[in-house]
Design a protein around this ligand. Structure first.
Ligand code: AMP
Ligand code: ZN
Length: 689
């Protein structure tokens, strides 16, 4: 530790003592909870090394929230409780950047990189130059201003001269320190990138798909979209992270970029450890080559490497061009790209009515797989690229699931080609499409009569996680619908074997299986029926929550918006969707019919026996083989008593219930994270107490 660090530490210790000295016990309790929670946030989100269970953390947070509510006189805008949201920004104020946020010049080859280095050397007149290599994080840039160690402002890049004040939203990002520690300068700005790590993004999309929504296209756009949400409670739910890479200001207490990064880490910022101080072009190239091949192993996306002159004095000397610093260069990794012919464009209609344009391509090999189709996203994208049928197009595989078209080879465009007219009517039902203000996607509003929306809803109803109807698949649903035998999922229960067996590819036996499968679905418990109804935003977990809060469908139907929002983890969007669903006469009629046919529309009384809230807030991972109980029974017991079952061990796990043959890697992970491993008998005892 150098002397300035030491001084900083001493100063903050004295300040702390002083505070405690004049505090009453309540204030002291609040203060100590804040300090403790801040420390745990830091351990978890910046160091990736939690030292407390999520459950204990939540308990402490709740305690602090309660105390703060009871004692508004001790309000603190930097309390860890602001992380959970509760603020709405109607209009984002425009703020001028004190220091302009520049762009970066790009390079794509070793030659370009060498040219840049020569230019730098020439301007600096042959003095020795060291370079810092960092990854180029692919997200939304942000400028954070700290005054006296407190986060004063967070502003988006905007046009580089001025951006939007998104402070309330950024405060919810756990890895952004609200207060700093150590020897920070009185005032400075720190720049970074707000990103969504791959895993969080995938999970977020999984939840959207389960709730019947379209998945987000890529993490970068989702991250920047998140910053502009009005309700920061929503922002708080998104898995955003903030990686910092540069400090600007007056009177900074360091003289190189590398030192600046190290300092920033000490003050509490998340600065990725993958940075390297290099003294030659070769070293720089080695770093680039290494990460070009290993970038897929990173938890977040990167599209290149940023090379910066290390010395701040040299940076000053080099200065800026109209758009970018002369002392930095972005080396962009190549995305794998091929060209092929666009044969046609088709338009898909999802279960929610969203239209997705799809490019049908001449098959081509890309990154190891044959590609026949690519996403065109939406009407704006098609217009922007001016993509036309018959064009030779460039196809790339980025972070997305299906490849995308990134450009057109105009030199190969046929002379008779015509601009693409985006469809104005639904390709399936002919209804005029609508596009909501601010949304990129077109929708078919014909909820009741658009075939893919109807069959989509029925297919969802019968799917494995919903009613799990054996003997009935997606194609059969289309067939039954096309034959006019079903128009909604309630109609399934009126099907007769005689109607079904004459259908194409339907043997007598399979018709019988189908009818039996449908009849058997009447035993499916209420919470799954609720999920099966296909109410927008009501995924499996939400359905369980709703069923628990409202054990009958009639009670749920009667619930008001306010009552629904009051349920733990039910937000406005979900609540609105539920209210909307039950405000519709046709939906009510269908639900009434299901009830009449014997489908479970309330929690069966026997299912309520043995249900408690004993394990509320606890997450279990079940592993191995058990003596006295089956794995499924064990899982059910956990859920019946208010606990959660997760499939893999993480810092969010409260207990691992282990039987025989628990995997060694699981055990190792649990031990590393210090998660208690208990036996089935310990678990039973936990319930009995
Ligand atoms: P571009 O958007 O292509 O002009 O690239 C410039 C942007 O790269 C900057 O505005 C930053 O937001 C972003 N960036 C990502 N990682 C870094 C990094 N390590 N150093 C500097 N800028 C970065
Ligand atoms: Zn339609």
């Amino acid at each position: 530790m150098d002397i300035t660090d030491l001084l900083g530490e001493v100063k903050s210790k004295i300040a702390e003592r002083h505070l405690h000295y004049i505090m009453n016990p309540i204030q002291e309790k609040i203060q100590s909870l804040r300090e403790e929670l801040t420390k745990h946030n830091y351990n978890y989100y910046v160091l990736d090394n939690p030292t407390i269970s999520d459950y204990d953390f939540d308990m402490k947070l709740k305690e602090l929230q309660q105390l703060e509510a009871e004692h508004p006189e001790y309000h603190d805008p930097f309390s860890p409780t602001v992380r959970v949201g509760g603020m709405v920004t109607k209009n984002f104020e425009t703020l001028v950047h004190e220091y302009r946020m520049y762009s970066l010049d790009n390079s794509y080859s070793r030659e370009e990189l060498e040219d840049w280095e020569k230019r730098v050397q020439r301007i600096l007149g042959g003095t020795e130059v060291a370079f810092v290599c960092e990854l180029k994080y692919d997200g939304a840039s942000i400028s954070l201003t700290y005054e006296n160690g407190e986060l004063a402002r967070a502003v988006t890049r905007g046009d580089g001269f001025q951006g939007d004040d998104v402070t309330n939203n950024v405060k919810t990002i756990r890895s952004v320190p609200l207060k700093l520690k150590g020897d920070y300068p009185d005032k400075f700005h720190i720049r970074g990138e707000i990103i969504i790590p791959r895993e969080g993004f995938a999970q977020m999309n999984q939840e959207r798909i389960e709730a019947g929504e379209d998945p987000y296209m890529n993490p970068r756009n989702t991250a920047s979209g998140s910053l502009k949400l009005q309700d920061n409670t929503e922002v708080a739910k998104r898995p955003l992270d903030c990686l910092l890479y540069s400090i600007v200001g007056e009177k900074l207490n360091f003289s190189t970029q590398f030192e600046g990064l190290e300092k920033a880490r000490k003050w509490g910022f998340k600065v990725p450890p993958i940075t390297r101080l290099c003294h030659s072009t070769q070293e720089v190239m080695d770093f680039i080559d290494y990460w070009d091949t290993h970038r897929h192993e990173l938890p977040y996306e990167t599209d290149g490497v940023v090379v910066k002159v290390n010395s701040l004095a040299q940076q000053d000397e080099l200065g800026y061009t109209a758009k970018a610093p002369r002392w930095a260069l972005a080396y962009k990794f190549k995305a794998e790209q091929v060209s092929t012919t666009l044969n046609s464009i088709s338009y898909q209609v999802g279960r929610t009515g969203a239209i997705t344009p799809v490019a049908n391509l001449e098959p081509v090999l890309l990154a190891g797989t044959t590609v026949k189709r690519a996403s065109l996203h939406n009407a704006d994208q098609i217009a922007k690229l001016d993509v036309r049928v018959g064009d030779t197009v460039f196809v790339e595989k980025g972070g997305e699931i299906i490849p995308k078209i990134v450009g057109v080879d105009l030199s190969l465009r046929p002379s008779d080609s015509e601009p693409t007219d985006y469809i104005a009517h639904c390709p399936e039902c002919g209804t005029e499409l609508i596009r909501k203000e601010g949304e990129a996607q077109h929708y078919c509003p014909n909820y009741y009569a658009c075939p893919p929306q109807i069959t989509g809803r029925i297919q969802h109803y019968i799917s494995r996680k919903a009613m799990d109807i054996e003997g009935l698949g997606g194609e059969t649903v289309s067939l039954l619908y096309n034959e006019g035998l079903i128009k909604n999922y309630a109609d399934l229960y009126l099907l007769q074997k005689e109607q079904v067996s004459p259908l194409e590819r339907m043997a007598d036996k399979s018709a019988e299986n189908l009818i039996n499968g449908i009849a058997k679905s009447k035993e499916i418990p209420y919470e799954r029926v609720l999920y099966a109804l296909g109410i927008r935003f009501v995924g499996e977990t939400v359905a369980k929550k709703l069923a628990k809060a409202y054990p009958t469908v009639d009670a749920l139907r009667a619930a008001s918006l306010e009552e629904l929002i009051a349920i733990d983890e039910i937000g406005v969007k979900i609540a609105e969707s539920v209210v909307e669903f039950f405000a519709d006469e046709d939906n009510i009629h269908i639900v009434e019919r299901l009830k009449q046919y014997g489908v479970q529309m309330e929690i069966a009384p026997e299912n309520l026996i043995g249900q408690t809230e004993l394990l509320k807030g606890k997450t279990f991972v079940v592993s191995g083989v058990f003596e006295s109980i089956s794995r499924n029974e064990l899982k059910k017991k956990i859920e019946d008593n208010g606990g959660k079952v997760a499939s893999s061990i993480s810092s969010k796990t409260t207990y691992v219930v282990a039987g025989d043959n628990m995997g060694p890697s699981k055990r190792e992970k649990a031990e590393k994270l210090e998660i208690p491993i208990i036996s089935e008998y310990d678990f039973m005892e936990m319930l009995n107490n």
